[in-house]
Ligand binder design. Structure first.
Ligand SMILES: [Zn+2]
Length: 269
């Protein structure tokens, strides 16, 4: 097993049906971080297909409250919570904004049994992120930052591994100049790429606060990223050849390495 991996459970945007919603699991030795949960119980089968046992998920980061990022958490809480209640799993820490935490805590009693919700005072912990405070997870330093979204409060993060490499996640928000300090010199920059630049007139990614492949490439060039990972895509024009088409366009605008993972693909970092 390689030491650092990122497993893409989903790579699609909200309305995609041929991909699961964008979410991924970063793993390094005995530490793992699930980032977002997708919009439904598909998260459970994606985890199962990748042999990631629910009880191995101890840290979960939610970028923002949109349906395609948040709703899968209730399925995780339902099943993992039951295991935690029976002492078949340890504890879970959820990192999210105060607003997202409130939504989870408000909705949970509607769907979940009391044996799960009563863990909210103990073994299921909520860690509010404010974009300024660093978080230590084992040997990792997690530095969440506010993506300054104009549509919905959203947090990305810079993750520093103990070997000195780092990974920067921009959620599904476009890079903006004010994020330069948080994003610069990333070993891996994860950026949304809703569609190809040549399909922009059809899909209008900017109207949805998303980006084209070219926009993501410009961000990677500006921030001096070594590797660019593109996810959160539409599935109507490029489903059959997304990897090839995206890489072809990206190499026109960015000289670093471009990765376009499929659902259920693992990348060694
Ligand atoms: Zn999204």
């Amino acid at each position: 097993m390689p030491s650092k991996t990122i497993t893409f459970l989903g790579t699609g945007a909200a309305d995609a049906t041929k991909y699961y919603h964008s979410c991924f699991y970063i793993q390094n030795k005995d530490i793992g971080l699930l980032v977002d949960t997708g919009g439904g119980n598909g998260i459970l089968s994606q985890l199962e297909k990748m042999n990631i046992p629910l009880e191995s998920i101890r840290h979960l980061f939610v970028t923002h409250k949109h349906i395609d990022h948040l709703l899968g958490i209730f399925w995780i809480l339902r099943l993992l919570g039951a295991k935690i209640a029976k002492n078949e799993a340890k504890d879970l820490t959820i990192y999210a904004s105060q607003n997202v935490i409130k939504i989870i805590q408000d909705i949970a009693p509607t769907f979940l049994s009391e044996k799960v919700t009563k863990l909210f005072a103990g073994k299921i912990m909520f860690h509010p992120i404010d974009g300024e405070t660093k978080i230590t997870i084992g040997s990792w330093q997690l530095e969440p930052f506010n993506l300054q979204s104009t549509k919905e409060e959203q947090f990305g993060f810079r993750l520093q591994f103990e070997d000195g490499q780092n990974f920067v996640c921009l959620g599904d928000e476009p890079y903006k100049e004010s994020l330069l300090v948080a994003c610069k010199n990333a070993d891996y920059l994860l950026h949304n790429a809703f569609c190809l630049e040549r399909d922009s007139a059809r899909f209008k990614p900017h109207d949805m606060h998303h980006s084209s492949v070219k926009d993501a490439c410009d961000a990677a060039t500006t921030t001096n990223a070594k590797n660019l990972i593109l996810i959160h895509t539409e599935d109507r024009s490029t489903f059959s050849n997304r990897k090839k088409a995206y890489i072809e366009e990206a190499t026109k605008y960015y000289s670093g390495n471009v990765l376009v993972p499929n659902d259920l693909e693992t990348i060694v970092l």
